[in-house]
Design a protein around this ligand. Structure first.
Ligand code: C2E
Ligand code: CA
Ligand code: CA
Length: 571
């Protein structure tokens, strides 16, 4: 197959003829009506010849005085005949014009049904048959077909920030640049939104030709587009699947399968950091299957209460006293066992169930903590997604009211990544939470990019030094200056500090030198479930309700905000 010249892609005639409502169908109807008009015209011509011969010869003979004038009936019949002839001819001409207009309109409709009006590419409906056509051709020769599926990495952003007209202009530019980069015989389709697929015939001995096309697409996209004086920047991710690399199982390799595999490969390209291309590999499908099993498991687990809070001790490093707990989510999965949040939180965020999950967990944690000594605080982690909800503060307050839990005992941890979102909304949420007496701490400090300005504009109550710096205190020379800097920053801004990830005595000793800090880490114990927390607190006389004696303990001062009776979850 000749890959030398570039061809602009249009729907093939065969494709057009096969589509429902195609011109072919219209032409049949038009032709039927032509036949009727033509029949009338033909009949009147025959009658005209028959009648005309008799009447005209009689008329000539009568004019020469040889015969009497033609019969009046025959003359009338001839005149009627002429009228019919004119009518038939007019009708025939009208019909021809009508048929032509109809054919044109139907061709337009067909083109619209098979192409994308914005970019002129094929669409989702027509890309399948067109690719199957290429696959059939490839099978005849010894070539292969690769599908390059791609979409823009930040298209929603472009629409949101620069407007839909800019988005459309960008899509058109990407389509045009892609068409220019594709070899002859290729097919380009816009599948919808910002997703495109190109089917490219290639020599299976030279797959690098396909890599080069993908690289060109990525390079071209990276140039962005200047629209109304503003440069719109974008990148794209490409997934590639080719007919020579896959086994269709039952031996069927069709457009559907190639598109599906290319989609999986594109998902991987995105996950690997976007702005790149990836070839499909069978293991990717397994990974995707696992991922979809996780999604189903998470949805099901939410309904079955499989997500449970674990608790990690928080200590006053100076006195060594227990001051509270951080709640950390765990998934008690029936098939996978105990699963950590690093696995399921990102998925819960992606599939839109993070708020529901978080509220379940917080509600349970409030019930658990209601049994603890009221001097102990409870910290909970909040996903950036939850802070996009203008009603977030109200939701938290509702949970507090339902659990009859004093807001002053609750601390909400948000990470630096929240600050890159809608700062205005985050600011108003933080303010209304603080007005209710809830404390806000900035989690994982040092790993994000929060500026001092952001630290000042958002009224945090505490910063938590990320565990990566604390854990390596004593072993890595770089950590100490970072921790020291953060500690002195906290002092200057009057922000108390928690150090997380304290694993060793050395780290603890090093931290003590930086002033009055709170701390947490494996040195004090791993996160444990509610029952273990209760045992630990019972040992230390820090349970509000003594399960053995079933009476209220005589607790230390600061009792005012204690719930008047412990909730009934313990046995
Ligand atoms: P994080 O907020 O930084 O939580 C601390 C993590 O460090 C926990 O991991 C904890 O088990 C671990 N850790 C504690 N002490 C040490 C130590 O001494 N050394 C080391 N190496 N690690 C220590 P975990 O429980 O796996 O949680 C991971 C992350 O998941 C948390 O990081 C938090 O960002 C997120 N997360 C946990 N629960 C929730 C939740 O309910 N909602 C949301 N949105 N995120 C959560
Ligand atoms: Ca945290
Ligand atoms: Ca943290």
């Amino acid at each position: 197959m000749d890959l030398g010249e570039v061809r602009l892609v249009e729907p093939s005639p065969a494709l057009a003829a096969n589509a429902p409502g195609s011109p072919a169908q219209g032409r049949v109807e038009g032709a039927q009506r032509d036949v009727v008009a033509l029949g009338i015209a033909t009949a009147s011509i025959i009658m005209f010849v028959g009648n005309g011969g008799t009447v005209l010869s009689q008329a000539i003979r009568s004019w020469m005085g040889v015969d009497r004038p033609p019969d009046q009936m025959l003359v009338n019949a001839l005149l009627l005949n002429v009228a019919l002839l004119i009518f038939g001819w007019r009708r025939y001409v009208d019909l021809m014009r009508e048929v032509e207009e109809r054919r044109h309109a139907e061709e337009q409709a067909c083109l619209l049904a098979l192409t994308d009006p914005l970019t002129g590419c094929l669409n989702r409906r027509s890309v399948g048959p067109a690719t199957d056509g290429l696959l059939a051709l490839a099978r005849e020769g010894s070539s292969a077909v690769a599908i390059l599926l791609f979409d823009l990495d930040n298209f929603k952003n472009v629409n949101d920030v620069s407007g839909h007209r800019a988005g459309d202009a960008l899509l058109s530019a990407i389509a045009a640049r892609t068409q220019a980069a594709l070899p002859a015989g290729s097919v380009l389709a816009r599948l919808g939104g910002d997703e495109f697929a190109a089917a490219v015939p290639f020599d299976p001995a030279r797959p690098e030709a396909v890599d080069r096309i993908a690289e060109t697409l990525i390079r071209e996209a990276a140039q962005g587009l200047e629209h109304e004086g503003v440069l719109i920047e974008t990148t794209l991710s490409v997934g590639i699947a080719s007919s020579d690399r896959i086994d269709g199982g039952d031996g069927v390799i069709d457009a559907q399968l190639l598109l599906h595999n290319a989609d999986i490969a594109m998902y991987h390209a995105k996950k690997a950091g976007r702005n790149r291309h990836h070839w499909f590999e069978p293991e990717m499908a397994n990974e995707l299957r696992l991922r979809s099993e996780l999604e189903t498991g998470i949805r099901r687990g939410l309904g079955r209460g499989e997500f449970v809070p674990y608790y990690e001790q928080q200590i006053d490093l100076e006195s060594g006293d227990l001051v509270g707990f951080e709640m950390l989510a765990r998934w008690n999965s029936p098939s996978l066992g105990l699963v950590g949040p690093d696995i399921f939180i990102p998925i819960a965020e992606e599939i839109g169930v993070i708020a529901e999950m978080s509220e379940q967990l917080i509600a349970q944690a409030l019930r658990d903590a209601a049994e603890w000594d009221p001097a102990l605080t409870l910290s909970v982690n909040i996903s950036p997604i939850q802070l996009r909800d203008p009603w977030f503060a109200q939701r938290i307050l509702r949970l507090l009211v339902e659990a009859n839990f004093p807001p002053s005992r609750l601390e909400i941890e948000i990470t630096e990544s929240c600050l890159h979102e809608n700062v205005g909304l985050v600011q108003s949420l933080v303010t209304s939470l603080k007005n209710q007496g809830i404390a806000i701490s900035l989690d994982d400090f040092g790993t994000g990019y929060s500026s001092l300005t952001q630290l000042q504009t958002l009224p945090f109550d505490r910063i938590k030094i990320d565990r990566s710096f604390v854990t390596s205190l004593g072993s890595s020379a770089e950590s100490a200056p970072i921790v020291e800097t953060i500690a002195s920053l906290g002092k200057r801004m009057s922000l108390p500090i928690t150090a997380e990830g304290i694993e060793t005595r050395e780290a603890l000793e090093a931290l003590r030198a930086y002033g009055k800090l709170k701390g947490q880490g494996y040195l004090y114990g791993r996160p444990v479930e509610a029952a273990k927390v209760r045992d630990l607190l019972a040992e230390r006389g820090l349970l509000l309700h003594d399960p053995q004696r079933d009476t209220l303990l005589d607790l230390r001062p600061a009792r005012e905000d204690a719930p008047d009776k412990a909730s009934g979850t313990h046995g």
